[in-house]
Every structure is written in structure tokens, then in C-alpha cells.
Design a binder for this molecule. Structure first.
Ligand SMILES: [Zn+2]
Length: 457
């Protein structure tokens, strides 16, 4: 392992606003940041930013990108998309999951993500029976992450019922299901295997898939610092059903029935009242906004400006992976608000007037915490002890010619029409060079063979 990363002009968030300075990151024996050596401000160096965590992923869905864009029904929605997704999910085994995930994770690294929170519910064989090793599908994801070299926060999903009425899982959902005991055993098995690169948290699929008593029992059994992710309020249908069955909107119900704090990540949280928006912001929870997937599925707009005004924390996730682009997630987070409000430069905070810097700082800090990388300050901004996850931008790139400290992030996020990521390091190890993952060809060959197998009649 190299003892230090190449010197770069590193942009990073701080409590007083973004700072940019020439730095050489020295590594400790575990590939963490050991120390920072400051260079001469006049040095000509490549720009770099800290790695970003992708807060929400269902890796197998990478295989269906572009396969649900044909109108099958005038009422096409999330719910009809889900039918296509279930058909595809039924064809996955551990080997195919590993090969699709490894391709996806390499693509994430090329996009500038250095860690992924994998919201994993494809646990068992298609008929619902556990594999000989009940963690076989989890291990496929762990292997994929190791091959690609991305940091993995594995979030095994508890999925118990097919709706708010507590109905049993349907045939195609059977491979997602666990009893509470079996679920806690899976978490325990996987937690014992954690290392620098692998962290294990907990995911509750959604309020409709986890009965209230089961939720309480599992939450009580978790380690005190466990990260907890949950899909919530993505669909208006889900909100209405929750009101009908539990007498409250999903976020209101969750806050009344669980101790929601900074350990929690609420995925989507698209349909909120002002009071719910304020509640999430005040609790310190993170919202994982999945802009490109929410657009693809026609979910709706997250109330970003209201939430930011309350100091709410958020990260981004590529979720269904129709798009795997950090640039697109952040750019469209802002563009969605511009289209809604018919104004420009909206998502800004007090520390910088730059939209790009505001958004990037937010997702770096909240993302590291939500992914269990330690406190935002320690993990997100390359302080000693943090993961040495760094992304450099191409020196010779049309979006960045004659860039300055003040405009480099905005030019990357709003002006690059081809990918501008140059090199990527995760835990001090280089995984991407010249914009290409170092194992791109080998991983892509396996992905190609897997896709042929998946889509064969
Ligand atoms: Zn999801």
C-alpha cells in the first residue's frame, strides 16, 4: 500500500463552509487518513473531493435499467414497474447477483461514489427457501464489493408482510421474507465479518412490510450505534393506506412509535406535510433522496427547500440504478426545485452561495454518517482516522479549463457533459484511473454473460 496519496488541491466541507487547499494525504496501516501535509498554495495540482457514499442501492435492479420504459398500461406507475422488477428478481441466484453488483459497484466508483449502502432483500432461493448458507446472497454482495473495491454498508432488509393489513407475502415476495429470529441471526452472522471496508446495519423494508411489534422487537435487539434505514412515504398510495390502517401518515406514525434520531436514514420521504418535514429535520435523521429513480418512477418531489430551511440532513442514492451518476443526482436535485419554483440557485445554505458546493457538502457529511463511517466530521472530511476515500477530477477537461477554487465544484456538477472523474481511492487503494475502473474489462465481461443468461427465454 502506498504511504500517501498523490498531492491534490482538495475541496472539502467544514463547519465554517467549504475549504480548498493543496494537501497530501498520508495513510496509516489500515488505509485510513494518518495525517495531512499542506503544500504550497501556488502548486499546480489536480482538483480532488472526498468520496461520497451512495445511500440507497438495490444492486440487482441494475439489470433492469431501460427495460421498463415501454407503456404496458395507461396507468403505469411505481406499482406496475414493481411487477417487472419482481419477474426479474425471481431469476437471480448468488452468482448472477455477484456479477451484476460488481459491474454496478465499478460504475459507482467511476462516478465518484466510494461507499454504497446496499438495501438488500433478495435473501432466499426463488421458492422462498433459505440457501444452504442463509447468508449466500449477502455474501455475493460482499464479494462484489471486494472485487470492485467499493466500501460496503450492507443493510439486510427485514420484510415480513405484503401490506399494511399484515397479509402474508405473495409468491414473488417469498424470497424476501424472514422470521424475526432468522433475521437477527443473519445480522449477527454478518456483523461478525465486519472490517474496514464492510459495515453492517439494519433495514426495515417499509411500514407496510414490517408489522409494528416486529419493528419494536428488532429495534430493541440492535447494537446501540446501528444504522437503521427504511423506505418511507415514497408513494401517495402508501401514505393513504397508512392513514387508513394505522390512523397516521407514515412519518408521523414512525416518530410516534420509534425513537428516530441520527442513526436513522429515511429513504425517499417524498410525501411530507410541513410538520413531518420539520420533525425529520429536528430529529437529526438523514433523508436519502434518490432523485433519478424518483423521476424514473414518477414518485414526486422531495420538499428540499423547506427541509434545508429547517437544517435537515440529506444524502443521495441511485436506488434502481436507471442512472448511476453522482453529477445527475445532485444536478437534478436542484433542477427539480427550479422547475417547480421557476427560480434559479435555490439549494444554497449560509456557508457558501454556490449550489454545487452546498449540495456536495451536504451529501458528503450526512452520507458518511448514514453509512456508518463514523461521525461526519471524522469520516466525511478527511480528518486523521477517517477512511482515505478520495476522488480526483481530470486536469484536462472541458468543464474545468481555467477553473478557480471558487467555481470548480459548480463547473463539475453543472457543466460537465462527459464524466470528469479521473482517479478514485477507497481506503487508500486506487480503484479508478483515467476515469476507468482498473478491472473494468473483466467485470464487464462477467456482467455481459450474466445479462445474456438473465434475459434468455
Ligand atoms: Zn429502494
Amino acid at each position: 500500500m502506498p504511504r500517501s496519496l498523490p498531492a491534490c488541491r482538495v475541496w472539502r466541507p467544514s463547519s465554517a463552509g467549504p475549504v480548498i487547499e493543496p494537501l497530501r494525504i498520508d495513510l496509516d496501516a489500515q488505509g485510513r487518513v494518518g495525517g495531512l501535509a499542506r503544500g504550497d498554495t501556488n502548486d499546480v495540482l489536480p482538483w480532488a473531493v472526498p468520496g461520497v457514499a451512495n445511500l440507497h442501492s438495490h444492486a440487482f435492479q441494475r439489470a433492469m435499467a431501460g427495460l421498463a420504459e415501454r407503456r404496458m398500461n395507461p396507468q403505469d406507475s411505481f406499482w406496475t414497474w414493481r411487477e417487472t422488477m419482481y419477474q426479474l428478481a425471481a431469476r437471480f441466484d448468488p452468482e448472477l447477483l455477484r456479477d451484476v453488483a460488481a459491474q454496478l459497484y465499478a460504475e459507482m466508483l467511476e462516478a465518484g461514489y466510494t461507499r454504497v449502502c446496499e438495501f438488500h432483500y433478495l435473501h432466499h432461493a426463488p421458492d422462498g427457501r433459505p440457501y444452504a448458507d442463509p447468508a449466500a446472497m449477502s455474501r455475493a454482495l460482499i464479494e462484489a464489493a471486494r472485487e470492485a473495491g467499493i466500501g460496503l454498508t450492507l443493510l439486510p432488509v427485514l420484510y415480513m408482510s405484503g401490506g399494511f393489513d399484515g397479509r402474508a407475502l405473495g409468491d414473488r415476495q417469498r424470497r424476501f421474507g424472514h422470521s424475526i429470529d432468522a433475521y437477527l441471526r443473519l445480522l449477527e452472522t454478518l456483523r461478525a465479518e465486519q472490517d474496514e471496508r464492510l459495515r453492517v446495519g439494519c433495514a426495515l423494508h417499509s411500514l407496510r412490510a414490517v408489522p409494528p411489534d416486529a419493528m419494536r422487537e428488532v429495534l430493541a435487539a440492535l447494537p446501540a450505534d446501528s444504522r437503521i434505514h427504511i423506505h418511507i412515504a415514497e408513494q401517495t398510495g402508501e401514505v393513504e393506506e397508512c392513514v387508513a390502517r394505522r390512523g397516521a401518515r407514515p412519518v408521523d406514525w414512525l416518530y410516534a412509535n420509534a425513537d428516530v434520531d441520527a442513526r436513522w436514514t429515511l429513504v425517499h420521504a417524498t410525501h411530507l406535510t410541513r410538520e413531518e418535514t420539520k420533525r425529520i429535520a429536528r430529529s437529526g435523521a438523514t433523508v436519502a433522496i434518490c432523485t433519478t429513480t424518483e423521476a424514473n418512477l414518477g414518485d414526486g418531489f422531495f420538499p428540499l427547500l423547506d427541509y434545508m430551511a429547517q437544517g435537515g440532513r440529506f444524502g443521495v442514492g441511485s436506488d434502481s440504478h436507471a442512472t448511476v451518476s453522482l453529477v445527475d443526482e445532485l444536478r437534478w436535485l436542484e433542477y427539480g426545485q427550479r422547475l417547480l419554483h421557476r427560480h434559479r440557485t435555490l439549494a444554497v445554505d449560509d456557508s457558501t452561495r454556490s449550489v454545487g458546493e452546498t449540495l456536495l457538502a451536504a451529501v458528503i457529511r450526512a452520507g458518511a454518517d448514514a453509512a456508518g463511517q463514523g461521525s461526519a466530521v471524522a469520516a466525511g472530511v478527511l480528518q486523521p482516522g477517517a477512511d482515505a476515500d478520495l476522488v480526483t477530477l481530470q486536469a484536462e477537461h472541458p468543464a474545468l479549463y481555467a477553473a478557480s477554487d471558487a467555481d470548480v465544484v459548480d463547473r463539475w456538477l453543472f457543466g460537465s457533459n462527459r464524466p470528469a472523474v479521473d482517479a478514485v481511492w477507497v481506503g487508500g487503494l486506487q480503484r479508478v484511473s483515467d476515469g476507468r475502473h482498473l478491472q473494468r474489462d473483466a467485470l464487464e465481461a462477467r456482467f455481459a454473460a450474466g445479462m445474456k443468461r438473465l434475459l434468455a427465454d
